[in-house]
Design a protein around this ligand. Structure first.
Ligand code: SAJ
Length: 454
C-alpha cells in the first residue's frame, strides 16, 4: 500500500519541479542568461552560436584583453565570423567580463577552460577547480552547469559535484550538472560548432534531459549518453585515437626512411582503399593543445586502476621523437653537400602546429628550431600566420620575408608547416635544398631534385 506523501513533500516536489520547469522554459524560449567561462577557441564560438539564436550570453574570462576585445566587438578567433561577433555585441546579446560575480545571474553556465598537463605529464585541472569554486560560491536553484573541457573520466562527478554538494543544493533537483565535450577542429571550415555532433552525459536523468534540451537549441545532432564518465571517456578516446594513428604513420615514416621507400606514395596508395582505412600523414611531430596532451589525462587515470595504457605512452614516445628525426634528416642532407649542420643557414617554413592557423602552442616546429639552434645552425623562420613568437629561451623571434633572396641565401629550407597560401613552386625554384616534412611540395612539377621528403 503506497503511503500518501505528506503535504511538505508535495510542496518540495512542486518547488523542485518549478526550478526545472522554469529552466526548461528559459531554454526553449531562448530567454535564459548563458554564461560561458573561458572565451577561447572553444568558448567564443559557442557563445556566438548561443547569442545568434537569441540567448543573452556573458563571457567570463580572466584575460582582460580578450574581455575588452569581445566588448569592442573585435574578433580574435579565426573560426568566429567577425561580423557575427560584432553584431551580437552591438545588439547586446553578447558581453564579456572578468568579474565572476555575474555567474549568480546565469541560468546556464558552460565551462570551457584549458586542461593542460603539469611538467611531469599529469593532468592540471586547476582551471576547472578554480571555476568550480567560483560557481559553487554562487550556485542557486534553477542553474544548469555543463563542463566542456577535455578531461579524464570522473572529473565531473569526482571534482565538480562534491564542490557543488557543499552548498546543500541537490543535483538533479535544485541544479543540473552535465558533461559535454567540445569537439572543435581549429581551422576546419566544414565542421563548425553548429554542425558537429555533440555528446552529453548528465549526473542524473533530469540533468541529462535539461542539458540535451539546451544543446539541441543550436546543435543539429545531440546524443544523450548514460553518464558523464561515458562522455568524458568518449572525448579522450577520440583524441587518443588520433594520437595513436598519427604515431603509427610516423613510425612507418621512420621505417620507410631506413628502407628507402617513399612513405607519401605508400600513404596515397593506402588511402585509395575505400574501406577499413583512414588517412593520417606523418609530420615533424604533433602539436596543439589537444592531441599531444589529452591522451595523458586517460593515461594518468588508468594508473589509478593499475592499468598501463601502453598505446598512449608509445604514441607519445614516437610522436615526440619526430623533431629529433627531422634534425637528423637535415644533418644528413647537408652532409651530402659537404656542409656541417653547425653554421649552416636554415630557413624554416612554418611555426604554427598545423596549416592555415596562427596557433603555435606545443608546435613541433618549436622543438625542431631548438634542436637546430643547439647544433649551432643559423636558423630563421618564415610563417605568414605567426609574425613573432617567444622561443624556448623566452627570446622573441620574428618571421622573415619569403623572397628569392632569403631562399637563395639559405643552405637548407625546412618545411615544417604546409600553409596553403605558400607558393611551393617558388620555394623549390629558389632554394638550393628543400626538406619537406609535410609533403607540401607534392604538386610541384618543375625540376625538384633539390627536394627531400620526410
Ligand atoms: N597531425 C599529423 N598527422 C595527421 C593529423 C594531424 O601529424 O594525420 C598533427 C598536426 O599537424 C598537428 C597535430 O597532429 O600538429 C594535431 O592535429 P589535429 O588536427 O588532430 O589537432 P587539433 O588540436 O587542431 O584539433 C583536434 C581536432 N582535430 C580533428 O579532429 C581533425 C580534434 O581532434 C579535437 O576536436 C580537437 O583537437 C580538440 O579540441 O580536442
Amino acid at each position: 500500500m503506497t503511503s500518501t506523501p505528506k503535504a511538505s513533500q508535495v510542496v518540495t516536489a512542486l518547488h523542485e519541479l518549478s526550478h526545472e520547469m522554469a529552466l526548461r522554459e528559459k531554454i526553449t524560449t531562448h530567454t535564459a542568461l548563458v554564461g560561458v567561462i573561458g572565451i577561447g577557441y572553444v568558448g567564443l564560438p559557442l557563445a556566438v552560436e548561443k547569442a545568434k539564436v537569441g540567448y543573452r550570453v556573458v563571457g567570463f574570462d580572466r584575460n582582460a584583453i580578450r574581455v575588452a576585445q569581445v566588448n569592442q566587438g573585435s574578433n580574435y578567433i579565426r573560426d568566429v565570423d567577425d561580423d557575427e561577433l560584432a553584431k551580437m555585441v552591438a545588439n547586446e546579446r553578447l558581453t564579456a567580463t572578468t568579474d565572476f560575480a555575474g555567474l549568480a545571474n546565469c541560468d546556464i553556465i558552460i565551462i570551457c577552460v584549458p586542461t593542460p598537463l603539469t611538467q611531469n605529464k599529469d593532468p592540471d585541472i586547476s582551471y576547472i577547480r578554480n571555476v568550480g569554486g567560483e560557481i559553487a560560491r554562487r550556485l542557486r536553484p534553477g542553474q544548469l552547469i555543463c563542463l566542456e573541457s577535455t578531461t579524464y573520466p570522473g572529473t565531473t562527478e569526482e571534482v565538480l559535484l562534491p564542490m557543488f554538494a557543499q552548498t546543500g543544493l541537490k543535483v538533479g533537483h535544485d541544479y543540473f550538472l552535465a558533461y559535454s565535450p567540445e569537439r572543435v577542429d581549429p581551422g576546419n571550415k566544414r565542421y563548425t560548432t553548429k554542425n558537429t555532433n555533440k555528446v552529453v552525459g548528465g549526473v542524473t536523468a533530469t540533468c541529462l534531459s535539461v542539458a540535451t534540451s539546451f544543446y539541441k537549441q543550436t546543435i543539429l545532432e545531440v546524443l544523450a549518453l548514460s553518464s558523464p564518465k561515458v562522455a568524458e571517456m568518449t572525448k579522450v578516446f577520440e583524441n587518443t585515437f588520433r594520437a595513436v594513428n598519427i604515431a603509427l604513420v610516423n613510425e612507418m615514416a621512420l621505417l620507410c626512411d631506413r628502407m628507402g621507400i617513399n612513405i607519401w606514395e605508400v600513404i596515397d596508395a593506402a588511402a585509395t582503399k575505400p574501406f577499413g582505412m583512414m588517412r593520417f600523414d606523418p609530420g615533424p611531430g604533433v602539436g596543439g593543445h589537444c592531441i599531444p596532451l589529452d591522451p595523458f589525462y586517460l593515461n594518468w587515470k588508468a594508473r589509478q586502476y593499475d592499468f598501463h595504457t601502453r598505446f598512449i605512452e608509445l604514441a607519445g614516445e614516437i610522436n615526440n621523437s619526430m623533431p629529433y628525426f627531422v634534425r637528423d634528416k637535415v644533418a644528413r642532407a647537408l652532409n651530402l653537400k659537404g656542409l656541417p649542420l653547425k653554421g649552416s643557414r636554415i630557413l624554416m617554413l612554418g611555426i604554427a602546429y598545423k596549416k592555415d592557423i596562427p596557433d603555435w602552442r606545443e608546435s613541433p616546429a618549436l622543438k625542431v628550431l631548438e634542436l637546430l639552434a643547439q647544433a649551432e645552425a643559423a636558423v630563421d623562420y618564415h610563417d605568414p600566420f605567426v609574425p613573432s613568437f617567444q622561443d624556448a629561451h623566452g627570446r622573441t623571434r620574428h618571421s622573415i620575408p619569403l623572397t628569392e633572396k632569403t631562399l637563395g641565401q639559405s643552405d637548407c629550407v625546412l618545411i615544417t608547416t604546409d600553409h596553403s597560401q605558400t607558393d611551393w613552386d617558388f620555394v623549390v625554384r629558389h632554394a638550393p635544398l628543400v626538406i619537406d616534412t609535410r609533403n607540401a611540395t607534392r604538386a610541384v612539377r618543375q625540376p625538384r631534385d633539390n627536394v627531400i621528403l620526410l
